[in-house]
Write a protein that binds this ligand. Structure first.
Ligand code: C5P
Length: 404
C-alpha cells in the first residue's frame, strides 16, 4: 500500500517529535517516499539533520529560503508540496497547530501546506492531558474531523510532565495503519464524476419564528459528501439547517425548506452523474406560513395547523430520470422495512435505496455510526454491520461506482 507513495510528514514542537523519527524510518522501509516539514518549535526537539538523514530529502520549514538550490520553488513550494503528497500526516500535532489549522492560520510552511492541500490530511493530536481535554482543543478536533481531517486518537498514559491521561503520541504502528486506511479511502477512483448529495433536515415555517423540523443531524449526508470528495469526485452538498462543518473540497449550498431544497437540487441535477438524497426532507409543511408571529391567546379555541405535502424531490427526479444520472435514496422505516424500501425503490424509479434502521444500536440520528441495508434494482439486498458513517458512505459509493 505504501510502496511508491508520497508521504509528507509534518512535525510540530513537542517532546514526542523524537518518536516521529521512527515513523519516518518505518514509512521509508515500507517503500514510501517521505518528505518532512518542521515548525521552528519542532527543531528545538529534533534537529532537521536527523529527519533529512532518515527521509533522504532536505527538511523543509523555511518559507523565506533564498539559496540557489531552492530558488526555483520560491513562492510555490507550499503548492508543490501539497500537490506532491498523496497523504500529509502531522505528528505530533500540537494544540497550537491544531488551533491554527482550525482557523486557517498559516504562519509557517507546515500550516500553509495544510491550508493549500486538497489531499488527505492525518493529524495525531499530542500534548499534555490537560491541554488535550481542554474544551477548546476538543472543539477544534471535532471541527477538523467534521471537515474530513483524519484524527489518530492519542493514547492514554504517563506524560513527560508526569501528568496522566490522554494526549500521548499513538504507537507508530497505529499511525501507519491509519495512513494505509486513509490512502485506501482517498483512491481518487471517482475523479471526473459529479455527485450531488443532500443532507440534514428541512425546516418548514409556521411563522417567522416557528417551524416544523425533524431530528436529522446531517451526519450521514455529510459523510457521503466527504467520502466522495476524498475519492476525487466533484461534490455539491445541498444541506438543510445543521450544525456541521463543511467537508474539505465540497461545495455547499444551504437551504431551509423542502421547496428550497427542490429548487437547489434541480439547478444542479442536469450536470450530475449521481444524486444521493440523504436528506430527511419534511413530508408535510404548513399550508401557509403566517407573515407575522402568531400571537398566544388570540383565540381561546384550540389552534390547528393545516399541513400539505411538500414536493417529493426524489420522486420528481425519478420520474424525469435520464439513463445517465444514477439516483440513490434513503428510507427510514419502522415497520415492514424491507418491503417498504423495495416499494420505494420501484415507485421512485431509483437505482439504489439505503434502508436506515432506528432499531439497531448505533444507528440513526446524531451518532457517528450507522446500520444500513442497501437494496438495488435487481432485488439484491446487502445488510451491512454496524460501521462508521464514513465507511457506510464508502459502501454506498462502491456500489455507485459499479453503476456509473
Ligand atoms: O418517501 P420517503 O420520504 O420515505 O422517502 C425517503 C427518500 O425520499 C429520501 O431519500 C428523501 O431524501 C427523499 N425525499 C424527497 N422529498 C421529499 C421526501 C423525501 O426527496 N419530500
Amino acid at each position: 500500500m505504501l510502496r511508491g507513495k508520497h508521504i509528507l510528514v509534518g512535525v510540530t514542537g513537542g517532546i514526542a517529535a523524537y518518536k516521529v523519527c521512527y515513523l519516518v524510518r518505518d514509512l521509508k522501509r515500507a517503500g514510501a517516499d517521505v518528505k518532512v516539514v518542521m515548525t521552528e518549535a519542532a527543531t528545538k526537539f529534533v534537529t532537521p539533520l536527523t529527519f533529512s538523514a532518515l527521509s533522504g530529502h532536505a527538511v523543509l520549514g523555511n518559507i523565506w529560503a533564498t539559496d540557489q538550490s531552492t530558488l526555483s520553488s520560491i513562492g510555490t513550494q507550499h503548492v508543490d508540496l501539497a500537490n506532491w503528497a498523496d497523504a500529509y500526516v502531522i505528528a505530533p500535532a500540537s494544540a497550537n497547530t491544531l488551533a491554527k489549522i482550525t482557523y486557517g492560520l498559516s504562519d509557517n510552511l507546515l500550516t500553509i501546506v495544510a491550508l493549500a492541500s486538497r489531499g488527505p490530511i492525518i493529524l495525531a493530536p499530542t500534548m499534555d492531558a490537560d491541554m488535550y481535554i481542554n474544551p477548546v482543543t476538543q472543539q477544534n478536533v471535532t471541527r477538523l474531523q467534521e471537515r474530513g481531517f483524519f484524527i489518530v486518537p492519542p493514547e492514554e498514559g504517563e506524560h513527560a510532565s508526569g501528568l496522566k491521561g490522554p494526549g500521548r503520541l499513538p504507537e507508530i504502528r497505529a499511525i501507519i495503519e491509519t495512513i494505509e486506511r486513509v490512502l485506501d479511502k482517498a483512491s481518487r477512483d471517482l475523479k471526473g464524476k459529479k455527485i450531488l448529495v443532500t443532507a440534514g433536515p428541512t425546516f418548514e415555517a409556521i411563522d417567522p419564528v416557528r417551524y416544523i423540523g425533524n431530528r436529522s443531524s446531517g451526519k450521514m449526508g455529510f459523510a457521503i459528501a466527504n467520502a466522495a470528495a476524498l475519492r476525487g469526485a466533484t461534490v455539491t452538498l445541498v444541506s438543510g439547517p445543521v450544525h456541521l462543518e463543511t467537508p474539505r473540497n465540497v461545495e455547499r449550498v444551504d437551504v431551509e425548506s423542502a421547496e428550497q431544497m427542490h429548487d437547489a437540487v434541480f439547478k444542479c441535477v442536469a450536470t450530475s452523474d449521481a444524486v444521493i438524497m440523504a436528506a430527511a426532507v419534511a413530508d408535510y409543511a404548513p399550508e401557509r406560513s403566517a407573515k407575522t408571529k402568531i400571537k398566544k391567546g388570540a383565540t381561546n379555541k384550540p389552534v390547528s395547523l393545516q399541513l400539505v405535502e411538500t414536493p417529493d424531490i426524489l420522486n420528481a427526479l425519478g420520474q424525469k430520470k435520464n439513463k445517465r444520472t444514477i439516483l440513490i435514496g434513503f428510507a427510514l422505516e419502522t415497520d415492514n422495512e424491507l418491503r417498504n424500501a423495495q416499494e420505494k425503490l420501484k415507485t421512485k424509479n431509483l437505482d439504489l435505496i439505503v434502508l436506515n434502521s432506528l432499531k439497531d444500536k448505533g444507528a440513526g440520528f446524531g451518532v457517528d455510526t450507522n446500520v444500513v441495508t442497501i437494496l438495488d434494482k435487481k432485488g439484491k439486498t446487502a445488510k451491512l454491520p454496524l460501521m462508521s458513517k464514513l465507511d457506510v458512505a464508502n459502501e454506498i459509493l462502491n456500489r455507485l461506482k459499479g453503476l456509473l
